[in-house]
Ligand binder design. Sequence first.
Ligand code: GTS
Length: 220
Amino acid sequence: MKIYDWYEGPYPARVRIALAEKGWLSKTEFVPINLWTGEHKKPEFIAINYSGTLPVLELDDGTLIAECTAITQYLDALDPSCALTGTTPTEKGVIHMMTKRAEIEFLDAVAVYFHHATPGLGPLVELYQNPEWGNRMRDRAVRGMYYFDRVLQTQPYVAGDAFSMADIAVIGGMIFSALAQLPVPAECAALHEWYTRMQTRSSVQQWKAMVDAERLQRKA
Ligand code: GTS
């Protein structure tokens, strides 16, 4: 299995954490696509993923699967024993809904804020910016933080009683909000407590160790 991604990226983090949950990080080849130089917008990469985004999974037979949710669903189908997308019809439905909600109301909104209302990836990559739209999405992301805080006041995980792909999507939101310097309000105590708990998970620790190691390696 091959993953095209960029080591620091919040969306790539989602797939790296899912791979770590499965114990498959070490048997995956990671191909770096440099977001800061706009490698993901070059025709060579657009041929791999029409959307020009990371991550993308390439299977040994050449099949390409983009989109974090689709990649996670594929990994789960390979290894149903550690289900991140649920096992019963109800779990599958709720996890899908909460993952989509985490994207729309939090992670994707932070991403739009980053690309439109901050310098984002820099002038070579951010060819069109709409700060008003970016700031609207910043406000949506903050409302999303309060929403997930309320969810986590009454249940231990984003989609209920078990860790799932929906938690990983909210983790992506937390990573991106730190990167975009859009702090989660201190009063979102349940969200902060949950995130502290998520950081004690082996998969999240493995992801962080990988990022730290690559950061050091690139500085050297
Ligand atoms: N819906 C996609 C998914 O779930 O995979 C979104 C992927 C996405 O936006 N990835 C980011 C990207 O390629 C990677 S990162 O920002 O997390 O590092 N962004 C580049 C861009 O120019 O939008």
